[in-house]
Write a protein that binds this ligand. Structure first.
Ligand code: ZN
Length: 170
């Protein structure tokens, strides 16, 4: 099973915002995704309702991760067990139980290091491993540069406009 933070990151990233591709576009794909990660069994089938819950959970997680740059989830049945340390486990098994496990992963210590890329066209989930937790973008090379180039262009245009208006008044 993947580490909790990686599980949340990968689940959020099943929707690629930039390419508009969705790994969870049917109940069967959801069940397969959960099975591949050891969260659901081979006999677990997902329903349309399960898929709707999964997508609501995914977008709630993305929205919450967005707030980690500067701190609601659908209700899924979890209870605390102590074995020997307290942890959250799903009340149900099957697909709903598997989705509850992803929700429970937010209780992991690295939860507040999970963010979504600040570049609005990207929104890829990533784990901020920087010492001061200051990372804004999934990748400096791609999204960091993209944002900075845009800011630079805006500044340049602004100063050009300023020059133009200066000439006007002369
Ligand atoms: Zn990005």
């Amino acid at each position: 099973m993947p580490a909790p933070a990686e599980l949340v990151r990968d689940f959020v990233n099943t929707l690629d915002v930039e390419c508009d591709t969705d790994e969870l576009s049917s109940p069967a794909e959801l069940a397969l995704w959960l099975r591949e990660r050891g969260l659901a069994g081979p006999l677990d089938r997902a329903t349309d309702d399960d898929l709707a819950t999964a997508l609501a959970l995914r977008e709630a997680l993305r929205a919450t991760l967005r707030t980690h740059h500067d701190q609601a989830l659908p209700v899924l049945p979890l209870r605390v067990v102590v074995d020997p340390l307290p942890r959250l486990v799903p009340v149900e098994s099957g697909v709903r139980g598997a989705l509850a496990m992803i929700a429970a992963a937010v209780a992991d210590a690295s939860w507040d290091r999970l963010k979504v890329c600040a570049e609005i066209t990207c929104q890829w989930a990533f784990i901020d491993v920087s010492k001061n937790r200051s990372r804004s973008w999934c990748s400096m090379r791609v999204c960091g540069n993209r944002t900075k180039t845009r800011a630079y262009r805006a500044r340049k245009q602004g100063s050009r406009r300023l020059q133009a208006s200066n000439t006007d008044t002369v």
